[in-house]
Design a protein around this ligand. Structure first.
Ligand code: NAD
Length: 511
C-alpha cells in the first residue's frame, strides 16, 4: 500500500463524538449506586474518606470521573502498624485456609467481571474486551497462588555430618509493599498480592494515581472474601509521600514494584537502607525478529498482537521489529494494511481496538519519537480516521526504515507506534537485539528449529516467544534480565519473592 494513501493526523483537538463525552461518567455513576466504585482508602479494615481528594480522569476525554481519598504519610504509618499486627495471625493460618480465601476472592472478581472491566476501561482507557481479559488474567494469579501456598515445600538435605538431620524451611518474610502501575491496574495487584498472601505475608498496595478505582474495588472484594483487617490494604496518594515510609520502615520486609526503570532504580536505592527483599518488573524494549523463512501472514498477526495490545502500553510490547531483507518490503506492506484497519476510539465503545494513552506524557513521548524518526529519514505511515481525537490519542503508526541511531530504537515507546528495521543475517540481528540494556521479552519468528534453538539460547532476554506473541499467564516466570528488573512473578518462583529460606540443623541424634 503506497504511503500517500495515509497521512499523519495528530491533532490537538477535542473528541468530535459528543456521545463519548460523559460515557465513563455515566457508567461509573451506575456502579457507584451499587456501591462498587468507592473512593475511600482501605486501612486496617476501615474505609477512610480522607480530608483531601485526588481526581480520576477519563483519559479519552480528560473529564473528571471520580474523586478518591488522598492518603498522607501518617496514614501509611498506620497501615504499616496494622499490617505488622495482622502478620502473626495470617501466617499462622493453614495454607489451605489462606488458599480458600484467595479462591473466594478470585471467584468474586469473576462474578463482578463486568463492573471491574468498566472501571478499568474508564480510568485506564483500554478497550473493554481487553479489560475483561485482564480481570480473568488477574483472578488466575489468585487461583494459582492459592495452590502454590499449599506446595511451598522445604527440603531435607542428605547430611554431611554423622547423626545430623538438615532441613530447609520456607517461611513468610513479613509485611510486603506493592507499588503498581496503571497499564494493568487489576492484574499487577493480583499477581503481587496473590503471591504475598499465599506465602503468609500481609500486603500494602500503593496503586498508580491514574488508576485507583480498580485497586479500591479489588480491596472491597478482598474484604468480602474474608481477607482479615490489615492483611490487604490500599492507599492512594502522592507516590513519593507514600513510598517514603514504606522504604524507611524496617518492618516492611519486601517491596515489589512494576513501572519504569528510573523509578525502579530509586526504589532499589531507597530499599537498601533497610535491606529489603526487592522484586522489580521494569521497562522493556522487545525485539521482534522475523526471518525470511516464515509465513508472513502469521508474522504480521504476531507483530500486531505484540505491538498493539493495551494500545502499545505494555512492557512486553514489540519495540524493534527486525525483518530480514528478503521479505522486508512485503512485510511492511502487509503490516501497514493491518495497522490502518485498527479502530481507534473510546474504550467503552465496543468497536474500539486502540484507546487513548493513559498518561499524556506517554502520548507526548510517542509524538517525539515519531517526529525524531521522521526527521532522520524514517517513512511514517499512520491510519487515516474520520474522527479527530484528543491529545491523549496516538493513531496507530508504522515507522519503516528505522535505523539504530533513532530514539525509538533504544527508548521504550509504550504506545501504538511500530518501528520496523531491516536486517541481513542471524548474527547481525542477535547482536543488535542484545545491545539494549533492557532484557524483558523477545519474539522470534522462524520455521527453522535449529535457528529457533540457537537464537533462543543466545538472546539476552528473560522471556522468549518463538512463533507466538502470546505467552504470559500464571504458570510462567515473568521477569527480565539486565535493567528490566529483578526477581520473577507468577509461576512456582513468584512466591519465593515473599519467603525466607531457613536452614535448621538437628545435631547429635546418635546416642
Ligand atoms: P512510573 O514508574 O512513574 O509509575 C509506576 C508506579 O510508580 C506508579 O504507582 C507511580 O505512582 C509510582 N511512582 C512514580 N514515581 C515514584 C517515586 N518517586 N517513588 C515511588 N513510587 C513512584 O511510570 P510512569 O511515569 O507512569 O510511566 C513512564 C514509563 O514507565 C512508561 O512510558 C513506560 O515506559 C514505563 N512503565 C512500565 C510499566 C511496566 O509494565 N513495566 C508500567 C508503567 C510504566
Amino acid at each position: 500500500m503506497p504511503a500517500k494513501d495515509f497521512e499523519m493526523v495528530f491533532q490537538a483537538a477535542r473528541l468530535k463524538s459528543p456521545p463519548l463525552v460523559g460515557l465513563a461518567k455515566r457508567h461509573l455513576e451506575s456502579l457507584r449506586r451499587r456501591d462498587f466504585a468507592a473512593g475511600a482508602a482501605l486501612i486496617d479494615g476501615r474505609w477512610i474518606e480522607g480530608d483531601q481528594r485526588d481526581v480520576v480522569v477519563d483519559p479519552a476525554t480528560g473529564e473528571v470521573i471520580a474523586k478518591v481519598a488522598c492518603c498522607r504519610a501518617v496514614d501509611m504509618n498506620l497501615a504499616i502498624d496494622a499490617a505488622e499486627r495482622s502478620f502473626a495471625e495470617w501466617r499462622g493460618l493453614l495454607p489451605e485456609r489462606r488458599g480458600a480465601i484467595l479462591r473466594s476472592w478470585a471467584s468474586l472478581m469473576l462474578a463482578h467481571l463486568e463492573e471491574l472491566a468498566v472501571l478499568v476501561t474508564s480510568e485506564q482507557g483500554k478497550p473493554l474486551a481487553e479489560a475483561r481479559y485482564e480481570i480473568g488474567y488477574g483472578a488466575g494469579f489468585l487461583q494459582w497462588f492459592a495452590a502454590e501456598g499449599e506446595r511451598a515445600y522445604g527440603e531435607t538435605i542428605p547430611s554431611h555430618k554423622p547423626g545430623n538431620v538438615l532441613q530447609v524451611r520456607m517461611q513468610p518474610v513479613g509485611v510486603a509493599a506493592a507499588i503498581t502501575p496503571w497499564n494493568f491496574p487489576v492484574a499487577m495487584i493480583a499477581r503481587k498480592a496473590g503471591a504475598a498472601l499465599a506465602a503468609g505475608c500481609p500486603v500494602i498496595v500503593k496503586p498508580a494515581p491514574e488508576t485507583p478505582l480498580s485497586a479500591l474495588a479489588l480491596a472491597r472484594l478482598a474484604q468480602e472474601a474474608g481477607v482479615p483487617s490489615g492483611v490487604f490494604q490500599v492507599l492512594v496518594g502522592n507516590p513519593i509521600e507514600l513510598s517514603t515510609p514504606l522504604l524507611r520502615d524496617a518492618r516492611v520486609r519486601a517491596l515489589s514494584f512494576t513501572g519504569s526503570t528510573e523509578v525502579g532504580r530509586l526504589l532499589l536505592e531507597g530499599a537498601a537502607r533497610t535491606v529489603k527483599k526487592v522484586s522489580l518488573e521494569l521497562g522493556g524494549h522487545a525485539p521482534f525478529i522475523i526471518f525470511d523463512d516464515v509465513d508472513l501472514d502469521k508474522a504480521v498477526k504476531g507483530a500486531m498482537a505484540a505491538k498493539f495490545a493495551t494500545s502499545g502500553q505494555d512492557c512486553l510490547a514489540a519495540n524493534r521489529i527486525y525483518v530480514q531483507r528478503g521479505v522486508y518490503s512485503a512485510f511492511v506492506e502487509k503490516f501497514a494494511a493491518a495497522i490502518t484497519r485498527l479502530k481507534v476510539g473510546h474504550g467503552l465503545d465496543s468497536a474500539t481496538e486502540i484507546g487513548p494513552m493513559t498518561k499524556l506524557s506517554v502520548a507526548d513521548k510517542c509524538r517525539a519519537q515519531i517526529n525524531e524518526a521522521a526527521a532522520k529519514g524514517a517513512r511514517v505511515i499512520s491510519a487515516k480516521q474520520d474522527e479527530v481525537f484528543g491529545q491523549s490519542f496516538i493513531l496507530p503508526t508504522l515507522l519503516s526504515d528505522v535505523t539504530d541511531d533513532m530514539l525509538i530504537a533504544s527508548e521504550e515507546t509504550f504506545g501504538p507506534v511500530a518501528a520496523v528495521l531491516p536486517f541481513d543475517s542471524e548474527g547481525e540481528v542477535l547482536a543488535r537485539a542484545n545491545t539494549s540494556e533492557m532484557g524483558l521479552a523477545a519474539y522470534v519468528y522462524t520455521d527453522s528449529l535449529r535457528r529457533a534453538l540457537r537464537v533462543s539460547e543466545n538472546i539476552e532476554y528473560g522471556m522468549v516467544g518463538i512463533n507466538t506473541a502470546s505467552f504470559t499467564g500464571p504458570p510462567i516466570p515473568f521477569g527480565g534480565w539486565k535493567q528490566s528488573g529483578l526477581g520473577r512473578e507468577g509461576s512456582r518462583h513468584g512466591i519465593q519473592e515473599y519467603m525466607e529460606l531457613k536452614y535448621v540443623c538437628f545435631g547429635d541424634l546418635v546416642d
